[in-house]
Design a protein around this ligand. Structure first.
Ligand code: 4NP
Length: 159
């Protein structure tokens, strides 16, 4: 069982989108019982809300259903999850501040490190932009999630 937590700032755009894409990839490969997936945010401003309606509608058009309800990252997450996947440098810095131990810090990785076709170092925040920003998020996250799943599947098969 691999436990992966996707993290962004508000947990209403990028990280719930990453979670939904990963869920679909895992389901399509019949690997549901092998993965536990969740997402969380670094601010609690949107806690209890569903994903941003713009993100949901772009997701829907690409065949994804986002059902996640926003929640903030909590200390227990660093214990429960094997991998904490962030979207940008600001997320990275904040997660390192929150991590209770060195082992916990070692779980933090960047989503874009798993991209196979995009040469990019962060998933741009679409919140204050237009429709193209949301499309861009989906395109980057599809690339990154495929790379992430491949990396976890290879590791898993060796265990
Ligand atoms: P996310 O986007 O981090 O991808 O969920 C944002 C959502 C909300 C805010 C900023 C970014 N906000 O400032 O409320």
């Amino acid at each position: 069982m691999k436990k992966v937590l996707f993290v962004c700032l508000g947990n209403i755009c990028r990280s719930p989108m990453a979670e939904a894409i990963m869920r679909k990839l895992v389901k399509d490969r019949g690997l549901e019982t092998e993965f536990e997936l969740d997402s969380a945010g670094l601010i609690s401003y949107h806690e209890g809300e569903g994903a941003d309606p713009r993100m949901k509608s772009h997701a829907y058009r690409h065949g994804y259903n986002i059902t996640h309800i926003s929640r903030p990252v909590k200390e227990l997450d660093f214990e429960v999850f094997d991998l904490i996947v962030c979207m940008d440098d600001s997320n990275w810095d904040r997660l390192h501040q929150l991590a209770p131990t060195v082992e916990a810090e070692e779980k933090i990785v960047r989503m874009t490190d798993y991209c196979r076709t995009h040469v990019i170092d962060h998933v741009p925040d679409p919140y204050y932009g237009g429709a193209q920003g949301f499309e861009n998020v989906i395109e980057i996250l599809e690339d990154a999630c495929e790379g992430l799943l491949e990396s976890l599947t290879v590791v898993h098969e060796k265990e």
